[in-house]
Write a protein that binds this ligand. Structure first.
Ligand code: ADP
Length: 396
């Protein structure tokens, strides 16, 4: 079975074509037939790279005016070796839709439900709606399937997902915690069990967008993001947790409309908001090296938030077998991991500085005295989406 996983970003588009016919059921291996990255969509100097299995990567620089052009480009490349008709489905890691969860066919009704919750995650939702609409035009006979990022968190109990608002608003509008990064956390849960036999896992997905998840026996039981992916940890440029009355006070003082305050909290907040320089940890670390105090403040605040959520989940899980780091910063920033896990020895959490500094692609970075294993596990969200789409098609 051939499944194309489409991954649209705000100015980029990535895709991978998987052959999962012979996918071993208990291993997290998967065969990639083709992969492509289109960068700087909307720019005169766009970058396009692609390669087939085992082939050299090809790199082209060309104007990439819009999403239709970008997706078409990748489909034309696929045609060099594979018939488009051979693609059984296109899978998307969709974000949020009112009343929709799980792995579903992206019908017009589902797109409407995505529109309904667009307000909660406009940056994420818009690119998906655009990409899905382009695929509907270009491949109108191929099923388009979405795995919603909220799905993995479906077992979170009410006491963990309810907010202290009148219950009728929960019933009427679905205002509650949903959680995101479901495919990533689910993969970490599977992999931590496979590699280390871990049943109780605290998964830290730290990147441009970040969240922490408490996993027990492969299921999410709590997570840091709430009704929208703007909450929980500080995000690169998004606010993270905020006292609702601080928000109302800010609106009153600055005379801001809902749209204005939404934009500020979505594009001028988070690590960027505190540091004043960037939402990218590489810039923050460079700033710290140069003695930039605000960069240090943003770094420490972010690490503190992660530590706090780890503490929460140690309490909820009654300790843990493994704390796993994944995504851009989780996998690559030894400094961040060290800061997060500093002074947790009495909880049985001891990082091995030497191993941590080596930044292994995958493996343990805990000291031998550590009761709880500490690991780096590379993200592989596409694996989860491809598998779910495969199951969906087989059980349709
Ligand atoms: P996404 O933006 O989808 O979350 P990633 O998971 O790849 O994508 O995370 C990207 C982020 O990871 C970057 O914005 C940066 O903050 C961080 N990052 C990537 N590489 C490094 C690195 N070598 N050191 C520190 N942080 C890094």
């Amino acid at each position: 079975m051939k499944i194309l996983i489409a991954n649209p970003g705000s100015t980029s588009y990535k895709c991978k074509l998987y052959d999962i016919t012979d996918l071993p059921t208990r291993q997290t291996g998967i065969k990639i037939l083709f992969q492509a990255t289109v960068e700087r969509i909307g720019d005169k100097e766009g970058i396009y790279s692609y390669n087939f299995e085992r082939d050299e990567k090809k790199l082209l620089k060309l104007e990439i005016p819009d999403y239709t052009f970008a997706i078409n480009l990748t489909l034309e490349s696929i045609k060099e070796k594979i018939l488009i008709e051979e693609i059984n489905a296109v899978g998307f890691k969709t974000v949020h839709a009112k009343g929709v969860s799980g792995c579903v066919e992206l019908t017009d009704d589902v797109l409407k439900a995505m529109e309904d919750y667009r307000f909660l995650a406009p940056v994420h939702t818009d690119v998906y709606i655009t990409a899905i609409s382009v695929f509907k035009k270009l491949l109108n006979n191929t099923p388009l399937i979405g795995l919603f990022e909220t799905h993995f968190h479906k077992n979170i109990p009410p006491e963990a997902y309810l907010y202290g608002i009148p219950y009728e608003y929960f019933e009427k509008y679905g205002i509650r915690k949903y959680g995101f990064h479901g495919a990533s956390h689910r993969f970490i849960g599977i992999k931590a069990k496979e590699l280390f036999g871990a049943e109780k896992v605290i998964s830290c997905h730290l990147g441009g967008s970040s969240s922490v998840c408490a996993i027990k026996d492969g299921l999410s039981i709590d997570t840091s993001m709430g009704m929208s992916p703007q909450s929980g940890l500080l995000q690169a440029k998004r606010v993270g947790d905020l006292d609702p009355f601080a928000l109302l006070y800010l609106m009153k003082k600055e005379n801001l409309t809902i749209e204005e305050v939404g934009n500020i909290l979505m594009s001028k907040g988070g690590i960027y908001g505190i540091s004043g320089i960037s939402g990218d940890f590489r810039d923050i670390e460079e700033g710290m090296l140069k003695g930039n105090k605000r960069a240090e403040l943003a770094f420490k605040t972010f690490a503190y938030y992660v530590k706090r959520y780890i503490g929460e989940y140690l309490a909820i899980l009654n300790s843990a077998d493994c704390i796993a780091f994944t995504a851009g910063a989780g996998q690559n920033s030894a400094l961040l991991r060290k800061e997060i896990l500093s002074n947790m020895e009495d909880l049985g959490i001891v990082i091995d500085e030497e191993k941590n500094n080596l930044n292994p692609k995958e493996g343990l970075i805990s000291h031998k005295s550590s009761k709880i294993k500490i690991a780096i596990i590379p993200a592989n969200e596409e694996y989860i989406v491809a598998n779910e789409v495969k199951n969906f098609l087989e059980n349709k």
